[in-house]
Design a protein around this ligand. Structure first.
Ligand code: CA
Ligand code: CA
Ligand code: CA
Length: 214
């Protein structure tokens, strides 16, 4: 992947007039200021993960195999376009993390922690950095937003996620009698790359963690 070209203007190279500069010097500076283009927003730099620590015992799906049209709420990029569960009303961005599991009774939690240690929760669904907890199921029918599926989704709302270490934790909150080990699909979209793992959670509070650095 090629990083977009960066245009950097080093303002420190523009020399200031000496204190004794004459009117001509100031006039030149004013003329330069009048012609200078307005300051631009910084370019959106490439978002790519380094130092990836995969979940223990999980196997990374090395290549995406298109299996047909995108299916909703299965945490799989079925059509291999790099976006997970698009067209399903699920939020996505330069960072997106999605889990799904088939055993309907169990409750699994997806907890994403940003480099400052902040994490979106049900009570505070957006961190100050812009990570949003977008789907959080299962939950009571009246507040359910997952079409009856077991899925959770967290994504970054802006274009420039903070740099540093991220932690993505998948925890079996409560099996509620589900068959164990519980199989959970985890997909992570980081910039132009999508990673998919199949996790096996053995008992209540068992969890798998995936870490990376931006
Ligand atoms: Ca897709
Ligand atoms: Ca899908
Ligand atoms: Ca949950």
């Amino acid at each position: 992947m090629r990083a977009p070209a960066r245009r950097v203007t080093d303002l420190s190279r523009l020399s200031r007039p000496a204190s004794g500069a004459g009117v001509g010097g100031w006039g030149l500076l004013l003329a330069l200021s009048a012609c200078a283009p307005p300051p631009k927003a910084p370019p959106t730099s490439a978002v790519a993960a380094t130092k990836i620590d995969a979940p223990e015992g999980a196997v990374l799906a090395a290549a995406c195999t298109p299996t047909g049209p995108e299916l909703c709420f299965n945490a799989v990029d079925d059509n291999c376009n790099g976006v997970i569960d698009e067209g399903c009303g699920v939020g996505t961005g330069v960072l997106q993390f999605t889990i799904a599991w088939a055993e309907s009774a169990a409750d699994v939690d997806l907890v994403v922690t940003d480099p400052s240690g902040a994490r979106p929760t049900r009570d505070h669904p957006v961190t100050s950095s812009g990570l949003r907890l977008d789907r959080d199921c299962p939950r009571p029918k009246e507040t359910e937003t997952c079409g009856g599926q077991n899925t959770e989704n967290v994504y970054f709302e802006g274009l420039e996620p903070p740099r540093g270490r991220y932690k993505v934790d998948v925890r079996l909150e409560e099996p509620y009698g589900a068959r164990l080990p519980l199989s959970v699909q985890l997909s992570a979209r980081i910039g132009a790359h999508t990673y998919t793992w199949e996790l096996a959670l053995k008992e209540k509070d068992d969890h798998k963690t995936f870490e990376f650095t931006l």
